[in-house]
Design a protein around this ligand. Structure first.
Ligand SMILES: *[C@@H]1O[C@H](CO)[C@@H](O)[C@H](O)[C@H]1NC(C)=O
Ligand SMILES: *[C@@H]1O[C@H](CO)[C@@H](O)[C@H](O)[C@H]1NC(C)=O
Ligand SMILES: *[C@@H]1O[C@H](CO)[C@@H](O)[C@H](O)[C@H]1NC(C)=O
Ligand SMILES: *[C@@H]1O[C@H](CO)[C@@H](O)[C@H](O)[C@H]1NC(C)=O
Ligand SMILES: *[C@@H]1O[C@H](CO)[C@@H](O)[C@H](O)[C@H]1NC(C)=O
Ligand SMILES: *[C@@H]1O[C@H](CO)[C@@H](O)[C@H](O)[C@H]1NC(C)=O
Ligand SMILES: *[C@@H]1O[C@H](CO)[C@@H](O)[C@H](O)[C@H]1NC(C)=O
Ligand SMILES: *[C@@H]1O[C@H](CO)[C@@H](O)[C@H](O)[C@H]1NC(C)=O
Length: 369
């Protein structure tokens, strides 16, 4: 009941803002807003990702021309899959279907199998029929227990933030089929919590929604250099698709080209400086005007040493590469950066327009719990 009231209130605010936009202007006056009480809901269900058989729920849509040679895995580095995966209440595919997961994932680990997922989990049963959550982060599939970042939601999960804890239930290594158990904690209406929430009742995929316990926010700053190497025998960024129109374009990153990356994060700009993490995901060359070269990044930055080892944050943002100083949006995080928001300030330390290699200075501010 509380949830409903909260949502109604939010809706009113949005409507008011919409109507207040002056004629001929695309934005309204910005007005103060008092945050509403947050709610926590736990979800528990099984996710079936089926690559084999006549009716696969995950299909290959793109991959690099070269990197997959000799790789026998069903999901080699740089492969991108589109999915419409069933979500079920129990582990059997024959158990009740409670929704589906649609979106993309990319295989982004050069050394060890790892995915970055771009998923919308839509529910079709019970109280949350018609509502959905958006998940965007790394999924280190080889780890038996892992966490993904919930970065948004629709319907009753409007403005959700949260995290999903996963355990692989069974996997067929030959064809890549996987059944994954998702235990999502979804927190809706702005901020955050780690709190005692009711577990889903037997036979339900969701718990009762309860009021969230407010938590103190923390800020962490990071400084590192991203090495995005397109050239040579061991590139860290490979093109997985490009528009047919640009086939004659000699630029290393023509408009419309999509790259899969597993870029090193180093403490310095030198190519032998210490590695403290890696950035995995996709980017697309998104500017028609070659003089204003820009990409949009869909990338998970993970740290592999120190206090934040195993934690990562998700960047979904335009990067106007040709500007000397620029900012990116951080939309979520995992581990110690759970439910992070923030921004990154970037400067180019090195860029070679001929082969596309770039070394970028990153200062990241993360607000998390
Ligand atoms: C594949 O890589 C080889 C060596 O790096 C290169 O000579 C060749 O042009 C590449 N082929 C394609 C289709 O990209
Ligand atoms: C890959 O996995 C192996 C075994 O789990 C581990 O020792 C190694 O550090 C991993 N490599 C990377 C780059 O994460
Ligand atoms: C879910 O919502 C849709 C659209 O409102 C409706 O057609 C359908 O019957 C609902 N399903 C359940 C199980 O409530
Ligand atoms: C795994 O997939 C292979 C190839 O599709 C199939 O032959 C095999 O029976 C599957 N194994 C299990 C345990 O389902
Ligand atoms: C792969 O190679 C074909 C043939 O050379 C080319 O048309 C296509 O654009 C290449 N794709 C990528 C992603 O480089
Ligand atoms: C690329 O465009 C040409 C000319 O329009 C067309 O013949 C060809 O089939 C297209 N190739 C792909 C891969 O779409
Ligand atoms: C990041 O911060 C360091 C230390 O304050 C500074 O030297 C560096 O220039 C900054 N880099 C960017 C991209 O702002
Ligand atoms: C840029 O890349 C090209 C092609 O790999 C290379 O010949 C050139 O030396 C590079 N320029 C710089 C400044 O590193």
């Amino acid at each position: 009941m509380k949830a409903k009231l909260t949502l109604a209130w939010v809706l009113t605010v949005c409507v008011t803002i919409t109507w207040a936009a002056a004629h001929g202007q695309y934005y309204s006056k910005t007005v103060p807003y008092s945050p509403m009480k947050e709610q926590v809901t736990n979800l528990h269900f099984f996710f079936h990702d089926i690559l084999g058989g006549k009716n696969p729920s995950a299909v290959l849509v793109a991959k690099a021309n070269n990197t997959t040679i000799g790789d026998k895995s069903p999901t080699p580095f740089s492969t991108v899959f589109a999915v419409d995966d069933p979500l079920t209440a129990g582990p059997e595919l024959t158990s009740e279907v409670i929704g589906n997961c649609q979106g993309l994932y990319a295989s982004t680990g050069q050394d060890n199998l790892s995915l970055v997922v771009y998923f919308d989990f839509g529910f079709t049963k019970g109280e949350f029929n018609g509502s959905a959550i958006s998940v965007f982060s790394r999924n280190p599939v080889l780890e038996t227990e892992r966490e993904l970042a919930v970065v948004g939601g629709r319907g009753k999960f409007r403005m959700a933030r949260g995290f999903a804890q996963l355990k692989t239930f069974s996997v067929n290594q030959t064809n890549g089929d996987a059944i994954v158990e998702y235990n999502n904690r979804v927190i809706f209406c702005l901020a955050v919590i780690l709190c005692v929430a009711a577990a889903p009742a037997q036979g339900e995929y969701y718990s009762e929604s309860v009021a969230a316990v407010p938590m103190q926010q923390k800020v962490t700053k990071l400084h590192f250099f991203l090495h995005d190497i397109l050239s040579g025998q061991n590139p860290s960024a490979v093109m997985v698709a490009r528009a047919n129109l640009t086939d004659g374009d000699k630029s290393p990153t023509p408009f419309g080209s999509v790259f899969a990356v597993d870029d090193a994060l180093r403490v310095g700009p030198e190519s032998n400086s210490e590695i403290i993490g890696n950035a995995q995901g996709l980017y697309v060359s998104s500017s028609q005007d070659a003089n204003n070269f820009a990409i949009v990044m869909y990338i998970d930055f993970a740290l592999t040493s120190g206090e934040f080892k195993g934690s990562s944050f998700s960047v979904f943002s335009r990067n106007p590469v040709s500007e000397p100083s620029r900012e990116l949006a951080v939309v979520g995080g995992r581990g110690k950066f759970r439910m992070a928001r923030g921004f990154a300030v970037l400067k180019t330390a090195y860029f070679n327009g001929t082969n596309g290699d770039a070394i970028i200075d990153y200062n990241v501010s993360l607000f998390h719990y």
